[in-house]
Design a protein around this ligand. Structure first.
Ligand code: SF4
Ligand code: SF4
Length: 195
């Protein structure tokens, strides 16, 4: 899971491009959020009070490496105490940033990836180009209206924020991003806090 020093050196040379990429990603998150807010308002969709089943399930969603780097930047710049969560990497049963006691059960809520923003609040297009809403199974159908002509399309945003990179389980993508940032920020080198 750890990158070589050569790979890190190459990434350091690409630092200006990389920073620009994260700024682009922030704009795409903002646009996605606007679409979700409008859609959920119109459709009357909401999660049942206290539910966090999507984050506590015994699997993790996969996200792109740039999304992992974005969340890692948030941790380094605003929530450094969360670095201790990386010690859970090898023993985790779900996303290491899940915490029932925090708002929305997510410790990195402002920097969460597209799949976390859109799960239950987005849809896809069928072969006729029509929008199809994909509700979460924990949402009761009576909670919302049934017909929508338009709404946020999660795959479209995922493609935009992946920049062609591979997808990894969310904890691993953030961990790799964190290692990369630590190195790019002039720390001693790739670290491995997983135990
Ligand atoms: S998206 Fe679904 S599983 Fe996640 S909190 Fe909302 S209702 Fe619960
Ligand atoms: S980043 Fe937050 S919202 Fe996404 S899976 Fe982890 S805890 Fe859940």
């Amino acid at each position: 899971m750890e990158k070589s020093r050569e790979a890190m050196d190459k990434e350091r040379q690409e630092l200006p491009f990389w920073q620009e990429r994260l700024n682009t990603l922030a704009c795409q998150y903002e646009q996605f959020e606007k679409e979700i807010i409008q859609f959920t308002k119109e459709a009357g969709i909401r999660c049942p009070e206290g539910c966090g089943a999507c984050c506590s399930a015994a699997y993790e969603p996969e996200v792109s490496l740039p999304e992992g780097e974005y969340a890692a930047r948030y941790i380094l710049e605003e929530q450094q105490e969360l670095e201790s969560r990386f010690s859970m990497m090898k023993k985790r049963s779900c996303c290491i940033f899940y915490d029932e006691s925090t708002p929305f059960h997510c410790m990195i809520y402002p920097a969460r990836p597209v799949i976390c923003r859109g799960f239950g609040f987005s849809g896809y297009t069928n072969k006729y180009g029509e929008f199809i809403y994909r509700p979460c199974r924990h949402m009761h159908p009576s909670q919302f209206k049934e017909h929508y002509s338009n709404g946020p399309i999660i795959s479209r945003y995922q493609a935009q924020v992946s920049f062609g990179s591979e997808f990894l389980p969310i904890s691993e993508a953030i961990y790799l991003g964190w290692q990369k940032l630590k190195y790019l920020n002039g720390c001693s080198g790739p670290e491995d806090r997983a135990s």
